[in-house]
Ligand binder design. Structure first.
Ligand code: MTE
Ligand code: HPA
Ligand code: MOS
Length: 753
């Protein structure tokens, strides 16, 4: 039978998402009542109007929680349902259950929650001034910046702001929970981390983790939004199921999702940067004020990734950077592709831009001259090897014929008043591994069935990034069988325990390696048996394309026959694999160590044309040179690079997350939150992989690809800046992302310096 690849099920609309799962007759639907102001003390909850609306309605409050009312693992600051206070506009306050979704939603509207308004803070700098921090600040340093600044020929300082970003995964958040025998609970969750939901639900329900089973099927996108924050919905569904004794589905409509869930952290930062007369960077300092929102969530890990990426792709010998996690009355900001690194990159790139302008230097030359090279040590003390920053940048200059392009642009701009062109190049150096060291582990369970078909389960969650395809390729190559023999199963806490979320771009690195370990184990047993059958040493035998071979000689035995023989001989055809990324260490006190297995390199050029009357602009071209090591699947890697670039361009130029002066969400629909579309994306898009190079630090010499290319979107911001400088003398003196067409028009009309 011809099997249909999963990805094509997806494009044919045949993937079963949470809301497509057939509903048992007894199922109840959940809906949440959200707070409608930014902060308040709860004085009274009146469920009676909701209860009166339909006999099937139940109203579930924090009082129904049998275990601990807490989702926060880094800091215990996140009740599932608030007991005394709500802390942001759009926070779930109570859960309503009813026979249909419409009844549940109406009931949620009818519940009355009364309270007293409390003062609220929305701005990170205000929170910092008020001393409202989630955790104490964290600093990293190297060399001696204070004395280095004295030696600088050029020093600039400034302020940089970057906005938040809504994930807009196609599938909104949700879960289905079903009570099972005894007090067990089964949850199907739209999560990147089934174990995260399992642990949270066990805590909420007061159960051991062994009694909570969590399954994650293919998600309609996660992008970080479901790394930690799927727990709320998984736990609420489970709580509803516990209270009612019936299966419960909770699936958010788009607006509820956009109001209630976290997004990329907005940052506001101050920097100071200096270089010598030759244009070599000597010193950099920055203070990052992360708007963490109302609770910790992943903010601590995210600020640490910002600090690790403070120097971008550059060598800066003297550096001091400090991250502040500012507590505000906004939704708890969370993981989003790049995980704090883009925010850090934007500050150093803005600083480079400011420095080049002050010194009257070509920004591309300044960037190129200061790239990291082999043998450099990062500010966090990691010696760098396999550095490909210069190689990528060089290749990009060549590929885009940068010199000619630059002079074309100058010529064009000199003779055109209405349309100005601009271009910029941004280099990339992205650390791969979870910044939280214990998270760098994963498992796999591989079964070979007696007909020779292979089932692989790992901790990796498929969310469109095609990790399952990569893992299938790894298994096929390791076992020496055709890809069509491999199925990759959904992720479940029953098959693989204690998984980490599929995040930090490590999905295929960690889980792929665990799958490889398990497949090697099984292959070893098969080959051992084959050696017995063939009467030769096992070292001479291998499996290739589903056949047993000795050197170049086909021994006339198919994989299926060998598997059947092993099964008859009562050989175990299943194996568990485990992988813990080796060589990682970090001293948190000294802030020194090697927290990453390796780095990913690359560079991107973006060219724009700006209509100086309207402030509108078009992305004429994007050109990317990117390091994927030895690609596990070039179509998948290409798709990831293009997708991340699009998301990075959206963050840099278009997507504006807005809240009112009272903390009200203003961009909570797809009509008030502008997403990149086909018209916005580059008219010409070229992606080139850096020539194959082995990466001994990851599975089959590949490199992680999911997040790093998001950085390239920033080239769009600086290209627009370049065009604006051609349009209005000296150009903008602020760095404030996204640079929307409205902002461009305001600027062109003189509203901002
Ligand atoms: N690609 C798609 N299509 N959908 C997603 O949700 N998430 C991104 C990236 N690419 C995502 C995606 C994020 S934030 C991460 S961390 C990685 O995929 C996670 O998957 P990987 O580790 O398997 O690359
Ligand atoms: N990336 C993504 N998620 C994480 C990380 C990280 O570095 N650390 C902890 N969770
Ligand atoms: Mo990705 S932000 O690490 O889920």
């Amino acid at each position: 039978m011809k099997t249909i690849p999963e990805a094509s099920l997806n494009v044919r609309g045949r993937t079963v998402y949470i809301d497509d799962i057939p509903e048992p007759r007894t199922m109840l639907h959940g809906a949440v009542k959200l707070s409608s102001s930014a902060r308040g003390r709860i004085t009274r909850i009146d469920a009676s109007p909701a209860l009166a609306s339909h006999p099937s309605v139940r109203v579930v409050t924090w009082k129904d929680i049998p275990g601990e009312n807490q989702l926060g693992f880094t800091v215990a600051d996140e009740p599932l349902l608030p007991e005394r206070e709500w802390e942001y506009w759009g926070q779930p306050l109570v859960l309503c259950l009813a026979e249909t979704r419409a009844l549940a939603r109406r009931a949620a509207e009818l519940v009355v929650v009364e309270g007293e308004e409390l003062p609220a803070i929305f701005n990170a700098r205000e929170a910092a001034a008020a001393g409202a921090f989630i955790l104490p600040p964290r600093s990293q340093r190297s060399g001696d910046p204070a004395s280095a600044f004295e030696r600088c020929a050029w020093v600039v300082s400034g302020r940089v702001d970057s906005g938040g970003q809504e994930h807009v995964y196609l599938e909104t958040q949700g879960a289905v929970a079903e009570p099972r025998d005894g007090d067990r609970m089964f949850i199907i969750s739209g999560t990147q981390g089934p174990t995260v939901v399992q642990r949270a639900a066990a805590r909420i329900l007061g159960l051991p983790m062994s009694m909570v089973e969590v399954e994650a099927r293919r998600l309609g996108g996660g992008f970080g939004g479901k790394e930690d924050q799927a727990s709320t919905w998984g736990c609420l569904a489970a709580l509803g199921a516990r209270v009612s004794g019936k299966p419960v589905k909770l699936y958010l409509d788009r607006r509820t999702d956009m109001r209630a869930t976290g997004k990329r952290h907005p940052y506001t930062s101050d920097f100071k940067i200096g270089m010598d007369t030759q244009g070599h960077l000597l010193a950099f300092e920055a203070d990052y004020y992360q708007n963490s929102g109302c609770s910790c969530d992943l903010s601590a890990a995210i600020i640490s990734r910002t600090l690790f990426h403070a120097a971008g792709a550059y060598r800066i010998p003297n550096l001091r950077v400090t991250g502040y996690m500012c507590k505000t009355n906004l939704p708890s900001f969370t993981a989003f592709r790049g995980f704090g690194a883009p925010q850090g990159f934007f500050v150093i790139e803005a600083a480079m831009d400011a420095l080049a302008r002050k010194a009257g230097m070509d920004p591309v030359k300044l960037r190129f001259a200061n790239l990291l090279v082999e043998g450099d040590t990062t500010h966090y003390g990691m010696p760098m090897s396999g550095v490909r920053a210069v190689e990528a940048f060089d290749r990009l200059l060549e590929k885009t014929r940068w010199k000619e392009l630059r002079s074309d642009i100058e010529t064009h701009n000199a003779s055109n008043r209405l349309v100005k062109r601009g271009a910029a190049i941004i280099p990339n150096c992205f650390g791969v591994s979870f910044t939280k060291l214990p998270m760098n582990q994963g498992g796999a369970l591989v079964h070979v069935y007696q007909d020779g078909s292979v089932l692989v389960s790992t901790g990796a969650v498929e969310m469109g990034q095609q990790v399952s395809r990569k893992i299938a390729r790894i298994a096929a190559r390791t076992l020496g069988v055709p890809l069509s023999r491999i199925s990759v199963e959904r992720t479940s806490t029953l098959t693989v325990a204690n998984t980490v979320p599929t995040a930090a771009s490590t999905g295929s690195d960690i889980n792929g390696m665990a799958a490889l370990v398990a497949c090697e184990e099984i292959r070893g047993r098969l080959i051992h048996k084959a050696a017995e059958l063939a009467g030769c040493p096992s070292t001479e035998l291998s499996l290739n394309a589903g056949r047993l071979v000795r050197g170049c000689e086909d021994l006339g035995m198919r994989w299926e026959e060998l598997v059947a023989k092993c099964h008859e001989s009562r050989i175990d055809l299943s194996a568990h694999g485990f992988y813990a990324t080796p060589g990682l260490f970090y001293d948190m006190k000294a802030e020194k160590g090697s927290p990453f297995a390796y780095h990913v390199y690359g560079a991107a050029m973006v060219e724009v044309s700006l209509d100086t009357l309207r402030g509108t602009y078009a992305i004429e071209r994007a050109s990317v040179v990117h390091d994927v090591g030895r690609s596990l699947d070039s179509a998948v890697d290409l798709g990831q690079i293009e997708g991340a670039l699009a998301q990075g361009l959206g963050w840099s130029l278009l997507e504006e997350l807005r809240f009112g002066e009272d903390g009200r969400p203003l961009s909570d629909t797809l009509s008030t939150y502008k997403l990149p579309d086909a018209h916005f994306l580059p008219k010409r898009l070229e992606v080139e992989f850096l020539p194959d190079a082995d990466n001994p630090k990851a599975v089959l010499n590949s490199k992680a690809v999911g997040e790093p290319p998001l950085i390239y979107g920033m080239a769009g911001y600086f290209a627009l800046l370049d065009a604006l400088r051609a349009a209005r003398k000296d150009g903008p003196t602020f760095y404030d992302l996204p640079f929307t067409p409205e902002k461009a028009l305001d600027y062109l009309q003189g509203a901002r310096p």
